[in-house]
Design a protein around this ligand. Structure first.
Ligand code: GLP
Length: 231
């Protein structure tokens, strides 16, 4: 395993560093970028929006999308990506699972086929409080590909802050699988705040276990963790 841990207390510096890692990938010829949603990513997308980086000859793929939430809903991940990035920086092609597909299982298969047709140079990752990556909840198989998941109550609670009430938070999502994520050549994981401590501690010191999905990264040979936690 090659995990490079960088602990940077100052958040401005942490996100400057995240931006420079992405910029370096771009300058080194990366063409396909795996993108992530979540509050953690906002300062990074702000930096990209304000930069001169040009992604018009690059492709993007996103990790996940809620099932059953209209695309136009403010909290759909397609809306998030449009607002935070795509309206300012357009890619040659941007892929997200279609959460409105009539048959979500079929959509998951189609999405995995798209991923397999691409060579994922770089994947941006956040982490859930329970260690989930994408929407791969604890117990997900490390060999999983894109699939439909039932969100845990704790994930729905954690994401309820973005909705009017917990009842509005979708119960299902389509997510890239753990194996799909692990195919990326380089992974940048960003974890900010005490709520992420257990997950990051498990990744650094613990055993690889499907009960804490993020620990799968121990088996990847090119991972950078950026965190403001003192570990
Ligand atoms: C969601 C997303 C994940 C993200 C996680 C953490 O569940 N599906 O991709 O990493 O939330 O989000 P936040 O950055 O808001 O803590």
């Amino acid at each position: 395993m090659t995990i490079q841990l960088e602990s940077i207390q100052n958040l401005d510096q942490l996100f400057d560093r995240a931006f420079s890692i992405l910029e370096e990938q771009k300058n080194n010829g990366a063409k396909t970028f795996g993108l992530a949603t979540g509050g953690t990513m906002l300062p990074l997308y702000e930096r990209i929006r304000n930069s001169s980086l040009d992604f018009s000859n690059c492709k993007s793929v996103n990790l996940d999308e809620y099932v059953g939430l209209p695309k136009k809903h403010q909290q759909s991940y397609i809306s998030f990506m449009q607002k935070q990035l795509f309206n300012t920086k357009s890619f040659e092609e941007s892929y997200l699972p279609n959460g409105e597909a009539e048959n979500p299982e079929m959509e998951a298969v189609n999405y995995e086929n798209i991923l397999k047709s691409l060579d994922l140079d770089f994947q941006l990752l956040g982490v859930g409080e329970n260690g989930h990556i994408g929407f791969n909840e604890p117990g997900s198989s490390f060999s999983s590909e894109t699939h439909v998941v039932t969100l845990t109550e704790s994930t729905r609670q954690a994401n309820a802050r973005f909705f009017e009430s917990i009842d509005e938070v979708p119960k299902h999502a389509i997510t890239m699988g753990i194996a799909s994520i692990m195919r990326a050549h380089q992974i940048l994981l960003i974890a900010v705040g005490e709520k992420k401590r257990d997950a990051i501690q498990a990744l650094i010191d613990g055993e690889m276990t499907e009960e804490i999905p993020v620990t799968v990264l121990k088996g990847h040979d090119n991972v950078i963790i950026l965190t403001n936690l003192n570990l």
